[in-house]
Write a new protein. Structure first.
Length: 134
């Protein structure tokens, strides 16, 4: 499978503070913000060459990003790979013994279907598979 890095997710406490910081750091503006209710997150996107950076802020006090930051602090949360057929890729990984965190693709940010692979089987890195919705 020829994966392309679609984006790198970074967990942050406060988008209002982090967006200007990353605009300065990357020398480019945030081009999009979005709330993903199914994941209890607010997101902000930046584009660097062909790779996106996604900042993730918890929209709930006990949301998954809030829990992540409580355990590990702000920082890299996941790497997302674009796949042409997310269902076929989920089946392939299941057959290889990987644990998927959802049984079927979910609606994610940036008009994508998404599925996550458990980090216990990927050297501690949360992997997101994503497919653009046509």
């Amino acid at each position: 499978m020829d994966y392309k890095v679609e984006h790198i997710g970074i967990a942050v406490n406060d988008l209002a503070k982090s967006i200007p910081l990353f605009e300065q750091l990357l020398g480019s503006p945030c081009y999009k913000t979005e709330t993903v209710a199914s994941e209890d997150v607010n997101t902000a996107f930046f584009l660097q060459n062909n790779t996106k950076i996604e900042l993730l802020e918890s929209s709930q006090e006990n949301g998954v990003i809030a829990k992540f930051i409580e355990k590990k602090g702000e920082g890299m949360h996941h790497i997302a790979f674009e796949v042409p057929d997310i269902i076929a890729e989920m089946e392939r990984l299941k057959k290889l013994g990987f644990t998927l965190l959802n049984e079927s693709p979910k609606q994610g940010a940036d008009n994508k279907l998404v599925c996550f692979v458990h980090p216990k089987e990927t050297n501690g890195v949360l992997i997101e598979l994503c497919q653009s919705i046509e």
